[in-house]
Write a protein that binds this ligand. Structure first.
Ligand code: HMG
Ligand code: MG
Length: 286
């Protein structure tokens, strides 16, 4: 029996948020509608953050209102605070994500507060979401390296991952924001996190800046992870992490997994159409 691996498509959010030219709302909707036919259970569609922080996500409400929701697909949105949560709820996001970091400097640059303050800010979001029946995913950024602080201690990652899990996040996505990971570093980080969060509640979110993402996924598979984030066309980066290139490409990840005899449930013909649509954005993303 082939084992299943769930691929969580984050391209419309983590990918597009870093595009310099504003992508038309209709193009974002068309991309999500195509991805909805590809077999994903989860698509991160957008984020509810101030336009002055991430101008590309200013149309979050229009995007969620404009898509054709496919049966069985969860459409998620990032919510940094309760204002974002209210907007996401009004736009009928099926799931929300809070996002913290294992690096103090990155936390300041990305969400304008310390790690401790971010936890205080997340508490009311999770309380509200759980009362509303909305699942919450928790991200930890800079799980091996930070663009400002360099190497990050595995224990720092474990602490924030544990906090987010205790708050009520159903899953913790471990972000190698700048692709600083190597299999050895990823394994050390996972071993620390696994002391606090069950491995089936962890996801690998690996940027491919240095071309190590697929090796990092393989190392994580050996550590028991079966959930990974990726972006169609290898789109992406983070506006507050200089040098952060794209997420690992969905097609490359799915091909690697299928070669390794894991089942992803994804339709490669549909993924190819989604990649073709991206080429209309005028850059080669893969
Ligand atoms: P702040 O400026 O400190 O917020 O930003 P504030 O509470 O002081 O509010 C300032 C103004 O924004 C106010 O309006 C608020 O009402 C408004 P004003 O009174 O000036 O007219 N406001 C909002 N408007 C719309 N939506 C909201 C919202 N909140 C406040 N949600 C804040 C603090 C957290 C909001 C900001 O720092 C922020 O949004 N940061 C997010 C940046 C971001 O999106 N980064 C990329 C995503 S993270 C990522 O990519 C990493 C990940 O992929 C994992 C990995 O790879 O590592 C997840
Ligand atoms: Mg990311």
């Amino acid at each position: 029996m082939m084992e299943n691996v769930r691929i969580y498509e984050v391209g419309p959010r983590d990918g597009l948020q870093n595009e310099k030219a504003i992508v038309p709302t209709q193009t974002k909707i068309a991309l999500i509608d195509l991805l909805s036919q590809a077999g994903f259970s989860h698509i991160e569609a957008t984020s509810f953050v101030p336009a002055k922080w991430v101008p590309q996500m200013a149309d979050a409400t229009e995007v969620l209102n404009g898509i054709n929701r496919a049966h069985g697909v969860t459409y998620a949105a990032l919510t940094p605070n309760i204002i974002g949560y209210e907007k996401a709820l009004a736009a009928k996001a099926d799931e929300v994500a809070i996002f913290g970091a294992a690096s103090e400097t990155f936390s300041q640059k990305n969400i304008n507060c310390t790690i401790a303050e971010s936890i205080e800010r997340f508490i009311p979001i999770v309380e509200r979401a759980l009362a509303d029946g909305v699942p919450v995913r928790g991200y930890v950024s800079c799980v091996v390296g930070c663009p400002y602080e360099g190497d990050i201690a595995p224990e720092a990652v474990a602490q924030i991952a544990a906090k987010l899990f205790e708050l009520g996040c159903y899953e913790i996505s471990l972000g190698d924001t700048i692709g600083a990971g190597t299999p050895e570093k990823i394994i050390a980080m996972l071993n620390a996190v696994k002391q606090h969060v069950p491995v089936d509640k962890l996801a690998g979110h690996y940027h491919d800046t240095n071309g190590n993402a697929l090796d990092n996924v393989k190392a994580s598979l050996n550590e028991g992870l079966r959930n990974f984030d990726s972006a169609i066309g290898g789109l992406g980066g983070c506006p507050y992490a200089p040098g952060a290139k794209g997420n690992v490409s969905t097609v490359k990840l799915a091909h690697m997994l299928e070669r390794e005899h894991y089942h992803t449930g994804l339709n490669f013909d549909v993924l190819a159409k989604a990649e073709a649509l991206l080429s209309t954005l005028g850059e080669n993303h893969d």
